[in-house]
Design a protein around this ligand. Sequence first.
Ligand SMILES: NC(=O)c1ccc[n+]([C@@H]2O[C@H](COP(=O)([O-])OP(=O)(O)OC[C@H]3O[C@@H](n4cnc5c(N)ncnc54)[C@H](OP(=O)(O)O)[C@@H]3O)[C@@H](O)[C@H]2O)c1
Length: 358
Amino acid sequence: MINHLKFINYAHDLASKNFGKTFPNPSVGCIITKNDKIISKGVTSSTGRPHAEEIALRKAGKKASGAKMYVTLEPCFHSSQNGSCADQILRSGIKEIYISCIDPDPRTKNKSIIKLKRNKIKVFSGLEKNKTINLNKFFFKSLIKQKPFTKVKMAISSDEKIAWNNYKSKWITNAKSRSYVHKLRSNSQAILTTSKTIVKDDPRFTVRNKNKIIKNLNVVVVDTNLNIPLNSKVLKNLHDKRVIIFTSKKNSKSQKLIQIGCEVIQMKSDNNSLNLKKLFSNLYKLKISDLFVEAGGIFFANLIKNNLVDEIHLFRAPIIIGEKGIPVIKGNDLKMIKKKLLEKFTFDNNLYLKYEVK
Ligand SMILES: NC(=O)c1ccc[n+]([C@@H]2O[C@H](COP(=O)([O-])OP(=O)(O)OC[C@H]3O[C@@H](n4cnc5c(N)ncnc54)[C@H](OP(=O)(O)O)[C@@H]3O)[C@@H](O)[C@H]2O)c1
């Protein structure tokens, strides 16, 4: 008996390995088999194109004729490099296709499945569908909301403070927790922060392993009054990442930031703050569909108030900072946020808690 589950799971493994490299596209895996042997495989490339099916078909060449395909997301109906993936599958002579999940993108949704079936290809969908959805949560959720999928990370003390009253926040949590933060960063499309956190901490916001930079992450800065210092570390290596700054100001500093390679987006301010819902819609239009927030408790409270948080990642250390410390969420309480625990584990004496916000 053919083990379809084994092949579709192999396609999922391929997709998982590439996750974090295909933004704003989902990471998709594809396997082509003949006589129950894998003859070729593909995974969405790091720029999002070519698609997994296109790579697998190219590698299989003429051998694809009469073969079976296992793919984790419905092949695209709209154009890829050599026409749509659906058309390439038709041209290749593939006779059977197993698709985990229907593509929610209205440009494709069900259209490829219908086209393939009309052309006498046997199509089976739904096998391990939740694996595709869980891996590419950002893709499904951002498409529905037309706003980026947003994860807030907070390193906190047992009394729920994120920094001492002099704004010092190094190092609340231990090295193992901090190294896991780098893993979470590497699975994100961009970091979202405030100019205040940049002024106080001057973070690099890179992905590092043993202090070696592995990736320069895109950074989005909320900066109503353009307070970001021009010598901030996040403004280094602009050839290798996007830095998008939202501000109400248009002046010589905004010109300078554009000159050095930042994208400066002007928005009207209201009571000296920016409309976060509009800002998030703008980010989605700028093709940012996944955010990892590393900012303070004032900004976190504003995000929650605007219903813009999808996940909270807490790292809790067994230290007390005291009443004068900076709170994890200003004017609110973590307990008041409706959320569901998704994961819980420890890094020595630090506790990691991952929540989905309801
Ligand atoms: N432990 C951790 O995981 C962690 C992570 C990141 C940061 N931190 C620490 O957090 C501390 C800062 O926290 P914080 O709560 O004082 O500040 P914060 O939340 O980082 O930033 C607050 C500032 O963000 C801006 N802001 C917030 N909402 C806005 C909106 N809707 N539109 C425009 N601007 C908006 C305002 O800046 P303007 O007034 O300039 O307009 C506001 O003063 C730092 O010491 C940093 O070390 C800790």
